[in-house]
Design a protein around this ligand. Structure first.
Ligand SMILES: C[S@@+](CC[C@H](N)C(=O)[O-])C[C@H]1O[C@@H](n2cnc3c(N)ncnc32)[C@H](O)[C@@H]1O
Length: 209
């Protein structure tokens, strides 16, 4: 399966911090403040699971969290996290192979879609949309490329990342797919957004109507 970060699991967080400082963490911290008490949450592509500790710190009333990761090594690291009182269900699979029957209050996709080719973006987006309740929140963090001359360094940076993670983890795309039209198309309301690392990273809170 493509996009599996097994080979990068042991150094991923350290590398992310070296390259982006705290930007990736801040982008996800911004999102988790919108998680309400006692909700059920789906996290897809959570990586080493540090976000589970952040969530437990911010929201102290019990949450039910389903954590889907394609990488077995990432799942193993995530299981060792101190997620306190929260009820965790870990699923080691690609999200597109999961038959999730329930609907969630919140779906979190942190730096997931930037790995995918357009057809997988479309498939996974539609699947997750069906797993989100009406009125539910979709918390998304991803890279973005602005359409202006300032974006040249971002394009070069992204190509380097795609080359590296393409070789190491089989990341399938070499091009960032624009996600915003998918949300517009399904009539989601954009509630909040914040940019990080210049405007290279975007965190956005969408609500399903
Ligand atoms: C770029 S990493 C981001 C990790 C984490 N969200 C973070 O910000 O530190 C993408 C993660 O998504 C996982 N992933 C990629 N494709 C997936 C899929 N189809 N289903 C579930 N997880 C997937 C990878 O194994 C990897 O851990």
């Amino acid at each position: 399966m493509p996009n599996n970060y097994d080979a990068a699991a042991w150094f991923y967080d350290a590398l992310a911090q070296l390259v982006f400082g705290k930007a990736l963490v801040k982008a996800q911290r911004f999102l988790i403040q919108y998680i309400k008490p006692k909700t059920n949450i789906l996290i897809v592509g959570g990586g080493t699971g540090w976000i589970l500790e952040e969530i437990a710190r911010v929201q102290t009333l019990t949450l039910k969290i389903t954590y889907v990761e394609i990488s077995g090594r990432m799942i193993d690291l995530s299981k060792k996290r101190n997620y306190l009182q929260n009820e965790l269900t870990f699923i080691h699979a690609a999200i597109e192979d999961c038959k999730l029957v329930q609907q969630y209050d919140v779906i979190l996709t942190p730096f997931l879609f930037d790995n995918f080719l357009e057809n997988r973006v479309q498939k996974v987006f539609n699947q997750l949309d069906q797993n989100l309740k009406s009125g539910g929140l979709w918390l998304m963090a991803d890279f973005q490329i602005q359409d202006n001359y300032k974006s040249l360094w971002q394009k070069a940076f992204l190509q380097m990342m795609y080359l590296f993670f393409g070789l190491l983890c089989g990341v399938e795309t070499k091009k960032l797919v624009k996600i915003k039209p998918y949300f517009i198309n399904k009539n989601y309301a954009a509630l909040k957004e914040k940019l990080f690392y210049g405007d290279f990273i975007i965190s956005k809170v969408y609500q399903k109507q």
